[in-house]
Write a protein that binds this ligand. Structure first.
Ligand SMILES: [Zn+2]
Length: 137
């Protein structure tokens, strides 16, 4: 944002007559954000407004498929609540589907998020783990 100017101060503004950015003199103040300015080249008087809103900073896009704002415990709770799959006791030889709830003797309850060859990604309450399974893809 530009600094507020006082009367008789020079200010660079776009002159519609000269069609370029030129030095102007502040003729009259209109509050803190608007001025009547006179072009120093042609003498044309016109209102000049300060830009009040700075350009918007670019917001970094969230990565696809991740929810970094949510702690793993909250994600886990939401996933468990939404899971429609069967509750299964975890064994390496089983085939799982996305949404299945697995019960692991060490890690507790988890939800199957992704499937891969010979493994599946299970979200447990403390973190996501790649678990061995009989999945083929
Ligand atoms: Zn001018």
């Amino acid at each position: 944002m530009l600094e507020p100017r006082a009367v008789d101060e020079y200010i660079t503004a776009y002159c519609l007559k000269c069609k370029s950015n030129l030095s102007h003199t502040v003729v009259e103040r209109d509050g803190d954000t608007a001025y009547l300015v006179a072009c120093n080249a042609c003498g044309n008087k016109h209102p000049y407004k300060l830009r009040l809103t700075p350009p918007k900073p670019r917001v970094a896009r969230a990565k696809k498929g991740t929810t970094p704002s949510l702690p793993v415990g909250a994600r886990w709770e939401a996933r468990i609540a939404a899971a429609q799959g069967t509750e299964l006791v975890y064994t390496m030889g089983a085939v799982y589907r996305i949404g299945d709830i697995v019960l692991h003797e060490q890690f507790g309850k988890g939800v199957v998020l992704k499937l891969a060859t010979n493994k599946c990604h299970v979200l447990f309450q403390d973190k996501e783990r790649a678990m061995a399974s009989a999945n083929v893809s």
